[in-house]
Write a protein that binds this ligand. Structure first.
Ligand SMILES: [Zn+2]
Length: 431
């Protein structure tokens, strides 16, 4: 299989990619002669399923998007049993407590399948989902473990065992978390700021690292997801990661309290996060919605310090987080939406900053998931890629939902057309 006349990010000219046995064999610049002699077809990608080379007609060739943080167990439940009227975290929690009573394996499977089908249709092929394991039956976890196998031909799904209600302040929380790892969760999750005391939060972080070592898993904690400037568990995670030499296996999600730390403390923390070599995930959609709710004015944006962390060289990734559930009423699983929101919320609109935001939903997120060795437009790696009808990063992030073709292992698995028929001439004549 050959893709011709594609363009690459931040590179000049047209490019040709060869794929064999589901892997990329080569990616080479086309000579001007080759580009001139190629005859673009009527429609860009109609040859995608056949033997003919695919004429990309100048579309951008990109690796697939990565969703570094989502909650598939709660996805697509908005309105069940009722909509969140205040939009707050607290009302969301009480609605979810009611909805959770009706949760079955089939119910989770059906919703998670739909959510992932949407993610794929918008170009996302790597997803890390947290799943609440504060449940004696581990119902949602069992459903997602099944889905992980079922969906493997189409995408890579990682599952985080997430003790939503804590492990010391929830009866048997610690035992359920460990059972989830025995059953096969890929990643140990946590939520230290949810424990009742500082000491229990610190103990939770250490327990999570112990479990990760015992079961040889990666770590991804919900950490300091609050406006409280005294919530300081990110420093504990950085220290444990550094001391145990585990930084490349550790991700810290949210860290919204960093928005509210004083600069002297935050700058030192950012330096230590860089030294520890951990990844951070920001979830702009959910956190713009949920943080700063106790503020009058001025109201905090409530995101972590994305720009400063990026400038310091910390690996920054982006998640969709909630998709139409009690905490986020909107979303279709399109990673360009949180990327678009992040440009404005974190003031990342500079020319290089826009490229950095695109890195955050591609290679940085793949790195956070520990999948960067099998990711990217590199010979020898799986031929998972997108052809996107956008001219550059500005065009891509402006369109948010561009036409695209999604390939997994060299096979076309999804395509999204955008057809607009503007009757401008007719309007002018009528006028
Ligand atoms: Zn989350």
């Amino acid at each position: 299989m050959i893709v011709r006349n594609a363009r690459l990010r931040e590179r000049e000219g047209l490019w040709e990619m060869h794929v064999e046995g589901g892997r990329i064999v080569s990616l080479q610049a086309q000579s001007e002669q080759q580009a001139a002699s190629s005859k673009p077809g009527e429609r860009a990608f109609d040859a995608a399923g056949g033997e003919e080379p695919i004429d990309a007609q100048g579309a951008l060739l990109l690796p697939p998007w990565v969703d570094a943080h989502v909650h598939l167990d709660t996805a697509l439940t908005a309105g069940q049993p009722r909509y969140n009227q205040s939009g707050t975290l607290w009302e969301g929690i009480s609605i979810w407590a009611e909805r959770k009573q009706q949760m079955t394996e089939a119910d989770v499977l059906a919703r998670a399948r739909r959510a992932l089908a949407q993610e794929i249709s918008y170009g996302t092929l790597l997803v890390r989902s947290h799943v609440d394991v504060c449940d004696p039956q581990l119902t949602a976890l069992r459903a997602l473990l099944r889905l992980r196998e079922e969906i493997a031909p189409l995408m890579t799904l990682q599952i985080v065992a997430f003790p939503q209600e804590g492990i010391f302040c929830y009866e048997h929380g610690d035992a359920y978390l460990e059972e989830a790892l025995r059953l096969g969760a890929d990643v140990v999750g946590g939520i230290p700021h949810y424990e009742w005391t500082r000491e229990d939060g610190v103990a939770q972080v250490r327990r999570i690292f112990d479990l990760a070592e015992k079961y040889d898993r990666r770590i991804d904690l919900h950490c300091d997801e609050t406006d409280d400037p005294n919530s300081r568990y990110t420093e504990v995670v950085a220290k444990e990661a550094y001391a145990r030499g585990m930084g490349s296996r550790v991700t810290i999600s949210h860290t919204t309290a960093m928005h509210s730390y004083d600069n002297a403390y935050a700058l030192r923390l950012i330096e230590n996060l860089h030294k520890a070599g951990v990844s951070l995930v920001t979830n702009p959609l959910a956190n713009l919605n949920l943080q700063g709710r106790a503020d009058t004015y001025p109201k905090r944006r409530g995101l972590t310090r994305v720009k400063e962390l990026w400038q310091a060289g910390v690996n920054m990734a982006v998640g969709h987080d909630d998709i139409r559930d009690p905490w986020n009423p909107l979303g279709v699983g399109n990673m360009l939406q949180p990327a678009f929101a992040l440009v404005y919320a974190a003031q990342m609109g500079g020319a290089q900053e826009l490229e950095a935001v695109l890195d955050m939903i591609t290679q940085n997120s793949a790195q956070a998931l520990g999948l960067s060795e099998a990711y990217g437009l590199v010979p020898g790696r799986p031929a998972d890629f997108l052809l996107v009808e956008a001219s550059d990063v500005r065009d891509l992030l402006s369109q948010v939902t561009p036409a695209l073709h999604v390939f997994r292992g060299g096979k076309l698995i999804a395509q999204r057309r955008v057809e607009v028929a503007l009757q401008v001439e007719a309007l002018q004549n009528d006028g």
